[in-house]
Design a protein around this ligand. Structure first.
Ligand SMILES: [Zn+2]
Length: 340
């Protein structure tokens, strides 16, 4: 089968790879219908992570079950399924509390990489959710976002305690930030302020429900949000970048006693104890427990209440995975869908 490997920073190739096979009785093999490139795939691409050997790439996926291990009972060959980027048993105390990414058995779900014709998924019963049937092709991009970026934006809004009547600010205009706007809208926010300086992303944010756009960053961005909120700041802010600057901006944009939901993959973020003490802000976040939200997100997409698949502004055949990485690296594309 064909699959994507990263050999070195900037060096992504689609090569002949071994067909994945069942290793644990709890595994499933999927024939991948669609995969995509994640912002987090760009960290090794840009040389921030060490690569000691060629790395199978991709952790977002939708596909058809090809084979299941002997212990798998909830999905069967032929089912169309979606799963989180983290595998979970969905039965331990942590999972039952809704924190499947922190499951006692948590592991990378797409063990063999999903930017590939086939992928092995760990802990299939706890990780995968079948759709009500085979989806219309037009639903596939949106279903794919539920695997990570929509689920992550959704959790950002939950963690920031978005609710009807509240004003929400979103830091970050990548796929997760844009889908955090959509999530805030669905969760009833009255006013949604997207922070973005790119016209195409501002337009999509507005389509997803943003009522205001702030183009300034840092202290100026936070000041602009205070100006829009009677000097107080947002009730809820979603941080969808992961840098120290973005977290500082999120905290500064939030009113004292308000909530910050942080879902950007954290890189060198430092928060002072005095800032927390002085502002009384609630902070919650981390890797999104996408599995908790999958049934709800699939239902919203299946019944066409939302169209999060609009974040894909480029679709390429799997064979052109290298071009997909380059397009995202240079920000020519928000998010690229790959078709095996
Ligand atoms: Zn668990």
């Amino acid at each position: 089968m064909r699959g994507t490997l990263m050999y070195a920073p900037g060096d992504v190739r689609v090569v002949d790879r071994e067909m994945p096979t069942i290793v644990e009785p709890t595994d499933a093999i999927l024939k991948v219908t669609a995969a995509c490139v994640c912002g987090s795939d760009l960290w090794p691409y840009r040389g921030f992570d060490q690569l000691t050997q060629p790395r199978p790439m991709g952790h977002e996926y939708v596909g058809v079950v090809h084979e299941v291990g002997s212990a798998v009972t909830t999905v069967k060959p032929g089912d169309f399924v979606i799963g989180s980027f983290y595998a979970s048993d969905n039965t331990c105390e942590i999972c039952r509390a809704g924190y499947q990414t922190h499951c006692v058995q948590a592991q990378y779900a797409a063990a063999t990489g999903s930017q590939s014709e086939y992928v092995r998924i760990a802990l299939a019963d706890g990780t995968l959710v079948a759709t009500p049937g085979l989806p219309d092709p037009e639903l596939i991009p949106s279903l794919l976002t539920a695997s990570d970026v929509f689920g992550t934006g959704w959790f950002g809004a939950i963690a920031a305690e978005v609710a009807p009547g509240k004003t929400v600010a979103v830091v970050g205009d990548g796929a997760v930030g844009l889908l955090a706007v959509l999530a805030a809208k669905q969760q009833g926010a009255e006013r949604i302020i997207a922070m973005s300086r790119h016209a195409d992303r501002q337009a999509l944010a507005r389509e997803f429900g943003a009522t205001d756009i702030v183009t300034e960053r840092g202290e100026e961005g936070a000041a602009a949000i205070k100006e829009l909120t009677n000097g107080l700041g947002a009730h809820s802010t979603i941080e969808a970048v992961g840098t120290d600057e973005a977290m500082a901006q999120a905290i500064a944009a939030t009113r004292h006693g308000g909530h910050v939901g942080f879902v950007g993959l954290s890189h060198d973020v430092n928060i002072s104890g005095m800032t927390m003490f002085r502002t009384g802000i609630h902070l919650h976040g981390g890797p999104a427990p996408v599995r908790r939200f999958l049934p709800e997100l699939i239902d919203m997409i299946w019944t066409k209440q939302v169209d999060p698949g609009k974040v894909f502004d480029l679709t390429l055949p799997l064979e052109q995975a290298a071009e997909a990485y380059a397009a995202m690296d240079t920000r020519r594309a928000i998010k690229v869908l790959l078709q095996p």
